[in-house]
Design a protein around this ligand. Structure first.
Ligand code: FRU
Length: 524
């Protein structure tokens, strides 16, 4: 099989450098690249008996650059085996980058990747690349490996397939699925340049995955929420249909004294119903939808309420679970680091099982993670006061912690709770603070040694449980994912502090107690 010189070069570079990031430095149970830069998850799928995850990848340094696709496979969504780079930007239609996309299995058993090609030859005056949708198909080689071969008929969705006013220079991130009759659908993000300017998510259909036609504008937003909506996902869950997208450049949106959306790039979800016959998505207007800052009935919600989360992708497991993985990095600060001493940069979230309760998304780490728990330690009814208290054995940077916070019966409601972690070295720490009277939970990394221009904290309103709060906190060297009240909300954040900062302390202003279970997590 002939491999392009660009793909060959990437693979030779990978082979020559090996794993530049040492295992002792790398996240233990979160996917991170061995070398180079990683952003969006792509082609998240189950194929030929294994989970496959591809990702936006620039092998040559830890900055975003001409996009390749990296590839890992797994039996359990936690331990990943690294395969050689899968695609490189090597044609006229994708020579400026192979952007995000998704995967599906064809009837003949081959796997089809659909992705955005950024043209090397068609640019507008501003230097933006024309973006078209392209496919590549798996092919077994004589030596038993799998190559993904770009289709000779590429690109398969072009400017000819855009609705009026569509912008070919902002047209990307196809998300593919099969309709109930086995034919193919893909939703693709586009910026519309008609008056008023909107972002639109377009549905395309195909009998075979290769021949596509425009079906309908599935969803349109007249610049109410951000500008371009990147990386759409569209899938059934709990009797409803979920639309997830990543709008760029949102304005800050406040509600009830908390920030529903910080300024910048965010990920939103919407709950609705989908009529396949007419390709119509109708938003559910359930009572649980919050009021937005403007007082309007907000139909969109944050997927993750932390500081680092973007461009997630959702797949279906063989046992019918919907699992989501996201890029655990704020994209607006992605390039603000030093390549030499920051080769640990870039990672994915832990894969999360999605369920729907009262039309709201519930997220929980995939159950497979539990088999990586190695030994537990339990403390019950630990009374807290305003001294920062550490507990024997509760420390470290690679942990799965369950915490139940309770107010003291009969006592006045405590005023605040604080947990500091990744602490105890050079005055560094990252903090979770809770103010029960207002049900406000804050994640704060202003003492985590971040550059000035990083977003430092985010406060959200959680469900009022009279001072009770349950937290599951996944720490993995450079990150924390905080699952709140059984996964009703999640806060993900990174902090690149020395690993010697491994202390954990608790304190409260007033009478409160915690039950804590700590699991050590081991890699495999
Ligand atoms: C989202 C995104 C996608 C694009 C890719 C390029 O982070 O901007 O829209 O396909 O990254 O790497």
């Amino acid at each position: 099989m002939v491999i392009s010189k660009e793909l060959k070069r990437a693979r030779e570079y990978e082979a020559e450098k090996g794993a530049l990031v040492k295992d002792e430095e790398r996240a233990v149970y979160h996917l991170s690249p061995r070398i180079g830069w990683l952003n969006d998850p792509n082609g998240f799928s189950f194929y030929n008996g294994k989970y496959h995850l591809f990702y936006q990848y620039h092998p040559y340094n830890t900055f975003w650059g001409p996009m390749h696709w990296g590839h890992v496979v797994s039996d359990d969504l936690i331990s990943w085996e690294y395969l050689p780079a899968t695609m490189a930007p090597d044609t006229d239609y994708d020579g400026a980058g192979c952007f995000s996309g998704s995967a599906i299995t064809l009837d003949d058993g081959r796997q089809l990747l659909i992705y955005t090609g950024c043209s090397k030859v068609d640019l507008d005056e501003a230097g933006r690349w024309a973006q078209t949708q392209c496919v590549a198909v798996s092919s077994e080689t004589e030596v038993g490996t799998t190559e993904y071969v770009k289709y000779e008929g590429n690109p398969v969705i072009t400017s000819d397939h855009l609705p009026e006013g569509g912008d070919i220079y902002e047209f990307r991130d196809p998300f593919i699925w099969r309709a109930s009759d086995g034919t193919f659908r893909a939703v693709v993000a586009n910026a519309n340049t008609s008056e008023g300017k909107a972002t639109q998510l377009c549905i395309y259909k195909s009998p075979d995955g290769f021949k596509w036609e425009f079906a309908k504008v599935l969803f349109e937003d007249w610049r109410h929420i951000g500008v371009m909506w990147e990386c759409p996902n569209f899938f059934p869950l709990g009797g409803r249909q979920i639309l997830i997208a990543s709008p760029m450049d949102m304005e800050t949106e406040e509600a009830d004294g908390s920030i529903r959306f910080p300024k910048g790039n965010n990920v939103v979800y919407m709950v609705g119903d989908y009529d396949e016959a007419t390709e119509t998505f109708t938003l559910a207007r359930a009572a649980s939808h919050e009021k937005s800052g403007q007082g309007a009935l907000a139909t969109y919600h944050p997927v993750d309420c932390g500081l680092d989360f973007y461009a997630p992708q959702v797949m279906e497991t063989p046992d019918g679970r919907r699992v989501m993985i996201g890029w655990m990095q704020d994209p607006s600060i992605g390039n603000l680091h030093n390549d030499d001493d920051f080769n640990i940069f870039c990672q994915m979230t832990v894969p999360r099982e999605l369920t729907l309760r009262n039309d709201r998304l519930i997220q929980w780490p995939v159950r497979e993670l539990e088999s990586y728990r190695d030994g537990n330690m339990v403390f019950a009814s630990v009374e807290l006061d305003d001294n920062e208290r550490s507990l024997e054995g509760i420390s470290g940077r690679v942990l799965d912690l369950e915490i139940e916070l309770e107010p003291k019966d009969g006592a006045e409601l405590y005023k605040s709770f604080s947990m500091k972690f990744a602490s105890g070295c050079e005055d560094l720490y990252t903090e979770l603070r809770y103010i029960p009277e207002r049900s406000i939970l804050t994640i704060d990394r202003s003492n985590s040694g971040q550059p000035d221009n990083y977003t430092k904290r985010r406060s959200i309103r959680v469900r009022n449980r009279g001072g009770a709060l349950s937290l599951r906190i996944l720490l993995d060297r450079w990150s924390a994912e905080v699952f709140i009240n059984g996964g009703e909300q999640v806060m993900s954040t990174t902090f690149y502090t020395p690993l010697a900062a491994d202390g954990i302390t608790f304190s409260a202003d007033g009478s409160a107690a915690i039950d804590i279970t700590k699991y050590t997590i081991t890699g495999k």
